[in-house]
Design a protein around this ligand. Structure first.
Ligand SMILES: [Ca+2]
Ligand SMILES: [Ca+2]
Ligand SMILES: [Ca+2]
Length: 160
């Protein structure tokens, strides 16, 4: 007579095997879109991002590269003008060729149109590892720490 204990003993290795099969390792990933779910309304907590009266909200763009690298930054384009609150970066497609390496993503306020604003202003950034064993293949990567000036939601796809 087959007891429940035996069935469990038989099923358990099968479950383990099926879990291992599901853990596909991505050879690359793509960031399809980037959504800002929170962004500081003021520079340094008090100042408008830009001096121009008609252009005082930030003009954010994203840049991404491997954290320990001198390779050129991949930049989002076009730069979005005077964004506040929750918004999605337009045209934000980035290839991540090394999903298990650490990447650095930064958001800057473009000041090239502002005569008195000098260099671009840093809004916020994160280091992140796109994928790690055991994580599955989620469609979104959330980057949100309260001390950062911006929170990001990356929508990603995987190539196996
Ligand atoms: Ca500025
Ligand atoms: Ca502006
Ligand atoms: Ca500036």
């Amino acid at each position: 007579m087959i007891k429940l204990r035996h069935i469990i003993l038989l099923l358990f290795p099968m479950l383990l095997v099926s879990c291992e099969k599901e853990e596909k390792v991505p050879v690359s990933m793509q960031i399809i879109s980037v959504r800002a779910t929170r962004m500081d309304g003021f520079k340094n907590g008090t100042d408008r991002w830009d001096a121009s009266p008609n252009n005082s909200d930030p003009d954010p763009y994203i840049r991404i590269r491997l954290a320990n690298s001198t390779q050129p930054w991949a930049m989002s384009a076009p730069i979005m003008r005077n964004q506040i609150g929750v918004f999605t970066f337009s045209g934000s497609l980035f290839n991540l060729q090394f999903p298990q390496e650490v990447y650095l993503v930064e958001v800057w306020d473009d000041d090239s149109l502002d005569l008195f604003e000098g260099a671009d202003d840093f809004i916020g950034g994160y280091t992140f590892q796109p994928w790690a064993p055991g994580r599955g293949h989620p469609n979104t990567i959330v980057l949100d720490r309260p001390q950062s000036g911006i929170a990001l939601e990356l929508t990603v796809s995987y190539r196996f």
